[in-house]
Design a protein around this ligand. Structure first.
Ligand SMILES: Nc1ncnc2c1ncn2[C@@H]1O[C@H](COP(=O)(O)OP(=O)(O)OP(=O)(O)O)[C@@H](O)[C@H]1O
Ligand SMILES: [Mg+2]
Length: 447
């Protein structure tokens, strides 16, 4: 049973809360001060704390510090006497889960309690998943700080135990294979995980790889051979770049999905396999379906459970944690003592767009460690594409109260500089005629 600690120096209030929560099946214990229950929190008896804020040493800061230092996953909800936005904001900033104004409204309280407990459950499940994954894949770890990535991991924990096929979608380098492995290690640990790239092979080779073959099935088939579906029995087959799979092969995959049945090339005997299919793509599958390049029925079959990994630029709060993760990983691997990322570099990493996503970030950090001359990574250690310290021109224009003309002049000269004086490229970008550009350059005194 889930256990809630109520802290308040008001006897009547404690009892009121206890009665309410008891009725709803929670195990409730009451205390008049945080110091009375520290030992119980330490021994793991508490899932959630509801606390009053009306005593000197029961300040939000005190309580949160004591609780979070024992277990950061225990959430705290505070009760305040007055509705003060500043107070509420400061409490949440300190790390409280939520706050409520007294007198409490039972339904509201119950909703918040359920939400807080659900949040704790989710975080713990994700931590278990990450631990599991580390155990199975050694040094590798899944870094997830952004709420987008935590959502992805929550989906992983939810779908891992089922046997349905899964489609993972995301731009290249976002971590599709990593997530596929996490699904596998969570749902079918210790069993084979077999990746195959469906886009890299001609159709006949792909089929003999997937389904295996019988001796004599084609020239060169000198022995009977198991396919990857059979190799991955009880485990997972990871079909990467599924969007590039030939249409003929797609039919056979559909049969494997519907009946768990495959046939080796050159054989009519069905073989039954318990292989989970996890597929991945960086293509827009719906438009492949529309263009007749991907079977609609297979798409809908694979897409029953779909996980979308957002590009790195849409979850910027993962950038620095990932960079630190790769820093540790590669400096250890290379035996180089690079420990820090300078402030400037952090700013550059945060500003960059990361078209190659996490893989690009990984490569940038690896390269920087090779180049680093000190224990810190400086901008010089980054590829020139990232270093570009072009000023944010609009911001400057607003700060300096430029006129439209001044802005035009600045933009023109920046574009020309950007193309190293190649005027054909400049006119193309600016969308004006070469003559016009000449005139403007003369007018603004740009050389
Ligand atoms: N959240 C993460 N935490 C730690 N490492 C990550 C994370 N996401 C991606 N990586 C690392 O980034 C690299 C790229 O990830 P992965 O190969 O899974 O991407 P992908 O989406 O399959 O890319 P592609 O489309 O190019 O095949 C790998 O080295 C992977 O370990
Ligand atoms: Mg991949």
């Amino acid at each position: 049973m889930l256990s809630i600690f109520v802290i308040s120096d008001e006897y009547a209030f404690r009892i009121e809360l206890k009665d309410l929560l008891d009725q709803h099946g929670y195990n409730v214990r009451i205390f008049s001060d945080i110091s009375e229950c520290i030992e119980q929190i330490k021994s793991g008896e508490c899932d959630l704390i509801l606390s009053d804020l009306n005593k000197d040493n029961n300040t939000a800061e005190n309580i949160l510090k004591s609780v979070k230092s024992i277990n950061p996953n225990i959430e705290v909800i505070f009760f305040t006497e007055s509705e003060s936005i500043e107070l509420a904001a400061s409490i949440v900033k300190l790390g409280a889960f939520d706050y409520m104004q007294k007198p409490i409204i039972p339904d509201n309280l119950l909703i918040k309690v359920e939400r807080a407990l659900g949040h704790k459950r989710m975080i713990e499940e994700i931590e278990r998943l990450q631990e599991n994954f580390k155990r199975e894949y050694g040094l590798q770890a899944i870094v997830a700080e952004s709420k987008e990535m935590l959502n992805v991991l929550r989906e992983v924990t939810q779908v891992a135990k089922s046997d349905s096929p899964i489609l993972i979608q995301g731009e290249s380098g976002t971590g599709k294979e990593l997530i596929a492995r996490a699904i596998h290690s969570s749902g079918r640990p210790g069993k084979p995980f077999i990746p195959i790239n469906c886009g890299a092979m001609p159709e006949t080779l792909l089929e003999s790889e997937l389904f295996g073959y019988m001796k004599g099935a084609f020239t060169g088939a000198r022995i009977n051979k198991k396919g990857l579906f059979e190799e991955a029995h009880d485990g997972t087959i990871f079909m990467d770049e599924i969007g590039d799979m030939p249409l003929i092969t797609q039919v056979k995959i559909l049969r494997a999905l519907d009946f768990g049945e495959i046939r080796r090339l050159g054989s009519n005997t069905p073989i039954y396999v318990n292989t989970r299919i996890v597929a991945a793509t960086n293509k827009d599958m719906l438009s492949l379906v529309k263009d007749g390049k991907f079977r609609e029925d297979l798409y809908y079959r694979l897409n029953v459970i779909s996980i979308k990994i957002p590009p790195l630029r849409e979850r910027k709060s993962d950038i620095i944690p990932l960079a630190n993760h790769f820093l540790k990983l590669y400096s250890a691997r290379m035996g180089k003592d690079v420990k820090k990322i300078s402030h400037e570099v952090r700013q550059i990493l945060l500003k960059y767009d990361w078209p190659g996503n996490v893989r690009e970030l990984e490569n940038v950090i690896e390269r920087a460690i090779v180049l680093a001359q000190y224990d810190t990574i400086f901008p010089d250690d980054l590829p020139t594409g990232l270093q570009s310290n072009q000023p944010d021109i609009i911001k400057i224009a607003i700060e300096k109260r430029w006129s439209l003309k001044e802005l035009e002049k600045e933009y023109l000269s920046n574009v020309i500089k950007n193309y190293s004086g190649n005027l054909s490229k400049a006119v193309e970008t600016l969308g004006i005629a070469r003559n016009t550009l000449w005139r403007k350059m003369k007018k603004f005194g740009i050389k």
